[in-house]
Ligand binder design. Structure first.
Ligand code: ZN
Ligand code: ZN
Length: 220
């Protein structure tokens, strides 16, 4: 149940009023002419035209309609036509879906295209190389921290009679870190955040993974 899905009801004046599922069976006012509109019961409301108003829904709509910044103009300099498409795959689990841990399996995927001219592709590639280096450092620091925790747990277990607790705790903590891993190249994430507000989308995600796909060059 995505609470961001809104259903369109048309008013006599021609205006479309967007209501959510929870408003079924109630009354609302037209935003244009203030006429009272009866919201139909849920079974009927679900058949009305709908739109996803979540940050990701808005972006996917832009991609579908080839609206800016997905209209084929370079997303960095915004003056040249694109010469390279760098599709980025986003796998994620939104918080709304997090009813039980099993729902982690319900990973959604979408492709976010980066449209770039040759010059700007180099700029993004450089920023992504720096981003990759940051990821490596982060992973090393994270692993180092896990090892320290593990060693501490073993020392505590050796000198304290309550052996198991800290040991199991360290392992669970490590597992939790693995389960809630959020991965993305910071350079690519920064670009897509500027282009389509990806930051807002992934902030809402319980889990996400942004994968850079193969660059596609257009023939000149
Ligand atoms: Zn109206
Ligand atoms: Zn450019």
């Amino acid at each position: 149940m995505n609470p961001n899905i809104k259903f369109g009801l048309s008013c006599e004046c021609g205006n479309v009023v967007w209501v959510s599922r929870t408003e079924a069976g109630s009354q609302t006012k037209c935003t244009a002419c203030s006429t009272t509109i009866l919201v139909p019961p849920l079974s009927k409301l679900l058949k009305a035209p709908s739109v996803d108003t979540s940050p990701l829904g808005i972006v996917l709509d832009k991609i579908r309609n080839a609206d800016p910044p997905f209209d084929g103009i370079c997303q960095i300099c915004t003056s040249a036509r694109f010469e390279i498409v760098l599709p980025a795959r986003l796998d994620f689990v939104s918080r709304d879906q997090m009813v039980s841990p099993e729902s982690v399996a319900e990973i959604q995927s979408c492709i976010l295209p980066c449209y770039l001219c040759y010059g700007c592709d180099k700029i993004l590639a450089r920023s992504m190389r720096i981003g990759f280096a940051k990821q490596v450092v982060d992973t090393l620091l994270h692993s180092f921290w896990l090892v320290i925790v593990f060693i501490l747990a073993v020392i505590v277990a050796a000198i304290m009679p309550l052996v198991g607790i800290s040991f199991v705790g360290a392992v669970l903590w490590g597992l939790y870190q693995q389960l809630t891993r959020k991965t993305a190249n910071p350079g690519l994430l920064k670009h897509l955040d500027r282009v389509c507000g990806l930051g807002a989308i992934v902030r809402e995600a319980y889990y996400y993974k942004l994968t850079k796909l193969k660059r596609v060059r257009t023939k000149v």
